[in-house]
Design a protein around this ligand. Structure first.
Ligand code: FRU
Length: 326
């Protein structure tokens, strides 16, 4: 039976500026291309919580049938998301969380586990003794809070490993370069830097290199994107010792949204798998991800061809129609 009802999904994205978010959005659009009954409105808050609140307010006023939200910071975004939920709008929380359990479904990986894996890997590198710096995600985001929590949980088991400092890695690319340079000048004995994403890890690498500490300090990142200077490439080039592949969940969020809108069964908690990537598995990860990208490009090419064919046959039927009435 053909579904003819149209639905509107509103998506409140905390920021759209970086490649991880762009990858998330691409996978959403790919999944949406199979669902022409969906009207999709995305609003990008540019990393500002006040803006995100206003944008969610606007989406509620636009009578959306479902809200997907990736909250910038957990606390300030919580009340407006609760409001949407209480207004009867199904809410899918994607990647970062609010501080509330008022939502219909969650899609994302467990950030406490991300921190734990980074902590365990730090100990594998240091064998129980050494000095560490952590560079944060967006401060106040659930990703930052949870990654830090998991990281500390594991480090506490190894009293010989000392977390010297945690620097705010804010959205301004340069924001932690100066404090990190200063810190490394006074602590030239730092062994590991855990960066809560690969973009920050690349910046940290440049800082270390400029100080002549390039080979000495080991770097761990998070995200593991494909493509040039993505986490997989950075591990392959030996810029990073490891990254934790943190899936975007874009495709899964749209699938869950479709199930909710079509009143089909869905899971409330959709916990995505994370994977550690280091020199032992980076080649296979690289090959697999390149293959996946090639397959996706193939699908897009095919979709383009189908559209072309459809346009041609529509033109032909107009011609036939014109001929038959004259
Ligand atoms: C992208 C990002 C990723 C990170 C995620 C956490 O905006 O910072 O690098 O894994 O958000 O929410």
């Amino acid at each position: 039976k053909k579904e003819s009802k149209q639905y509107t999904i509103g998506f409140s994205q905390c920021t759209g500026a970086d490649n991880w978010r762009k990858t998330m959005q691409e996978s959403m659009y790919r999944e949406l291309s199979f669902n022409p009954e969906i009207n999709f409105i995305m609003k990008d808050a540019g990393g500002q919580s006040e803006k995100q609140i206003i944008q969610i307010e606007q989406l509620i006023k636009q009578d959306i049938d479902l809200l997907i939200v990736s909250p910038n910071e957990a606390e300030p975004i919580t009340p407006i998301v609760e409001k949407a939920y209480q207004n009867g709008i199904p809410v899918i929380i994607l990647d970062r969380r609010t501080n509330s359990d008022q939502y219909t479904a969650y899609v994302g990986a467990d950030n406490v586990e991300v921190g734990q894996i980074a902590g365990a890997y730090t100990n594998t590198l240091l064998k129980g003794t050494g000095k560490v710096i952590e560079i944060s995600e967006k401060p106040g985001s659930s990703a930052d809070i949870d990654r830090h929590k998991g990281f500390l949980e594991i480090l506490k088991r190894f009293p010989g490993i000392k977390l010297v400092d945690k620097l705010d890695g804010d959205w301004d690319k340069n924001s932690f370069e100066a404090p990190l340079t200063k810190l490394l000048k006074t602590h030239s004995d730092i062994d590991v830097i855990f960066c809560q994403n690969d973009r920050r890890a690349l910046t940290a690498f440049k800082v270390c290199k400029d100080l002549g500490l390039g080979k000495k300090i080991r770097l761990i990142g998070v995200d593991g994107l494909t493509g040039p200077n993505g986490g997989i490439d950075l591990v392959d080039k030996d810029v990073l010792n490891a990254t934790i592949l943190y899936p975007t969940g874009g495709e899964e969020a749209i699938r869950t949204a479709i199930s909710i809108l079509h009143k089909q069964p869905f899971k409330r908690e959709n916990r995505l798998q994370i994977t550690m990537i280091d020199s032992t598995n980076v080649r296979i990860m690289k090959l697999q991800s390149e293959k996946l990208v090639a397959q996706q490009q193939d699908i897009e090419r095919r979709q383009g061809k189908i559209e072309e064919q459809r346009a041609i046959s529509e033109n032909q039927s107009i011609v036939i129609y014109t001929v038959s009435i004259t």
